[in-house]
Design a protein around this ligand. Structure first.
Ligand SMILES: NC(=O)c1ccc[n+]([C@@H]2O[C@H](COP(=O)([O-])OP(=O)(O)OC[C@H]3O[C@@H](n4cnc5c(N)ncnc54)[C@H](O)[C@@H]3O)[C@@H](O)[C@H]2O)c1
Length: 277
């Protein structure tokens, strides 16, 4: 049966999800609503020949008849969006796909959402996003002794990160490969909220936020967003290297993140066959 889908956030990921759905690339999914808090973003669509409803205010979206008919909501907006709307979405018994997984570095909030989703019989789905291998890390989590992720990006992909407010390192002065941060996943996402969602995903799949080590490197010579994940334990070793093309619309985001969100929606809407754990 066709699922009615709403997207929150019409940025680089939201645009790709909507485009794929409109092209019929996701069988059994129909976009019926888009909510973005920026009026200019929504107005950019006003003249287009679109068949879904547009909202710039969450309460209007939430209280609309369109909302009550929804099956799935895809959040591809921001950590704040997850914090501000997450509970209401789950209480209204919608399945939700979350891209801004950095919001779950707050363990208490994640537990609250998980309890709510059990109570309301909904699903919270986190796509693998800009990396690979979350399934394998999840499978070996009991046998992991260490888990590290090293993310290397061009300085322009790190523009706007709160890290630079307190650091002596100035982004526009980086002329060679520079290690910016080494520490756990909780602090990594505070310093780089738009860049290391993947560190939180891998930590949640594996040995948790405190024990997962994160390195963030700025490299003016690199043209890809590179993630290297190393998990070691009694099961053996997993080494994953992903080199992503940055999204042309948003260099902080890798194109793979959009493709992964699209694939997650495709699985949710066509559940009779799934490859991968
Ligand atoms: N899980 C992953 O692997 C992964 C990878 C890349 C990006 N992300 C995250 O996914 C999210 C979307 O990425 P993007 O590149 O499309 O971002 P983007 O900046 O290109 O677009 C985000 C859009 O969401 C809107 N928005 C932001 N906060 C909102 C709110 N509170 N309510 C309604 N609308 C809001 C903005 O106006 C903007 O139009 C970001 O949080 C990003 O950090 C996750």
């Amino acid at each position: 049966m066709e699922k009615k889908v709403a997207v929150i956030g019409y940025g680089s990921i939201g645009k790709e999800i909507i485009a794929a759905t409109e092209k019929g690339e996701i069988p059994n999914a129909k976009i019926v609503a888009l909510f973005d808090k920026e009026a200019r973003v929504i107005h950019s669509l006003d003249n287009d020949d679109i068949e879904f409803h547009l909202f710039t205010n969450f309460d209007e979206f939430y209280n609309s008849p369109i909302y009550s008919d929804l099956d799935v909501i895809i959040e591809c907006a921001s950590k704040d969006a997850v914090r501000d709307y997450g509970k209401k979405i789950i209480e209204s018994r919608k399945d939700v796909i979350i891209l801004s997984v950095g919001a779950f570095s707050d363990k208490q909030y994640l537990t609250e959402l998980q309890n709510l989703s059990n109570l309301n019989k909904t699903r919270i789905l986190i796509p693998t996003g800009a990396i690979a291998g979350l399934d394998s890390i999840r499978s070996v989590k009991k046998y992991l002794d260490s888990l590290t992720i090293t993310t290397t990006k061009h300085p322009k992909s790190l523009v706007g990160a709160p890290y630079f407010k307190s650091s002596k390192i100035k982004l526009d002065e980086i002329s060679e490969k520079t290690v910016l941060y080494e520490g756990n996943a909780i602090t990594a996402i505070e310093y780089f909220p738009a860049n290391v969602n993947v560190a939180v995903s891998i930590a949640l799949a594996g040995i948790g936020l405190e024990k997962t080590q994160v390195r963030i490197i700025a490299d003016p010579m690199i043209s890809v967003n590179k993630h290297e994940i190393l998990g070691k334990g009694s099961f053996g070793e997993i080494l994953i290297i992903v080199q992503n093309i940055p999204s042309p619309a948003n260099p902080r985001t890798s194109y793979l993140a959009s493709l992964s969100a699209i694939e997650c929606l495709r699985s949710l809407c066509n559940e009779n066959f799934r490859i991968g754990t």
